[in-house]
Design a protein around this ligand. Structure first.
Ligand code: FPP
Length: 239
């Protein structure tokens, strides 16, 4: 297979360890991590990749010390204020996934401004996961089905059709909308877990774990991982 993944998702891990190894504060690692976000986003925009989802802040990350959370929020604000030109120049559509209402009003406003400004862009779509947790996302999707009476409609169908109908509806109500399935999931930083990221969407994803800490990750390593992805034989449960 030589086609690029339609949907690439990345768990950007290792910022803190990268900074500590240099005797610096963890925030130094996040700042460097933001630069890598820019490099990888621009690289993907130049490839045949349609969707890039980056895990920037999870529903569990609020458990970190307040000083680190505050820093990450400020870094995100700064990123949204400064990156619009890069997104426009590279024809990138920007969409936040996650429980946006749990973010500060200021951040919500910046998110909406950036989303509106890039809504007509036709190249790469970047989903930035903020206050994101897959269980939270699936639960919100199920609530929306309940509110729209989808379960009542499903009960009128034969069992198998009803199940398919619910699956389709859950998928369409996820934050990633109908673009649900991830082809390739990369996690940097050496840990081998999903950390509540895109659980539904990764049903048939190829998984790739690299020990490289996120601030050291770059387009060259991504290119190598893509080469390996092309060699994998994806059977989706068939033979
Ligand atoms: C994980 O590293 C990283 C995060 C929780 C935050 C990710 C944030 C960025 C990459 C930078 C900001 C992003 C944007 C879009 C501006 P960690 O802190 O868990 O590292 P550790 O595992 O070494 O402690």
């Amino acid at each position: 297979m030589t086609t690029a993944p339609q949907h690439l998702a990345i768990i950007m891990d290792g910022n803190g360890r990268w900074a500590s190894a240099k005797g610096k504060n963890r925030t130094f690692g996040h700042r460097q991590g933001a630069k890598v976000v820019r490099e990888i986003t621009q690289y993907c925009a130049g490839q045949n990749i349609k969707y890039l989802t980056l895990y920037a802040f999870s529903t569990e990350n609020w458990l970190r010390p307040k000083q680190e959370v505050d820093f990450l929020m400020k870094l995100l604000e700064h990123y949204l204020q400064s990156e619009l030109e890069v997104y426009q120049r590279n024809n990138i559509r920007f969409i936040v996934i996650g429980d946006v209402e749990g973010l500060s009003k200021k951040l919500q406003k910046l998110i909406h401004t950036m989303q509106d400004a890039t809504a007509q862009n036709t190249g790469l779509t970047q989903f930035l996961a903020l206050n994101y947790g897959a269980k939270n996302e699936i639960a919100r999707s199920v609530i929306s089905l309940y509110e729209r009476g989808v379960f009542e409609q499903a009960r009128r169908l034969k069992r198998e059709q009803g199940v398919d109908y619910i699956i389709k509806n859950i998928e369409n109500a996820l934050d990633t909308r109908a673009v649900s399935s991830v082809d390739l999931l990369i996690r940097t930083g050496g840990e081998m877990r999903l950390s509540n990221f895109l659980l539904w969407q990764c049903a048939y994803a190829e998984l790739f774990f690299t020990p490289t800490l996120w601030p050291d990750f770059n387009a060259k390593e991504l290119e190598k991982i893509l080469q390996e992805f092309y060699q994998r034989n994806r059977r989706f449960g068939g033979l």
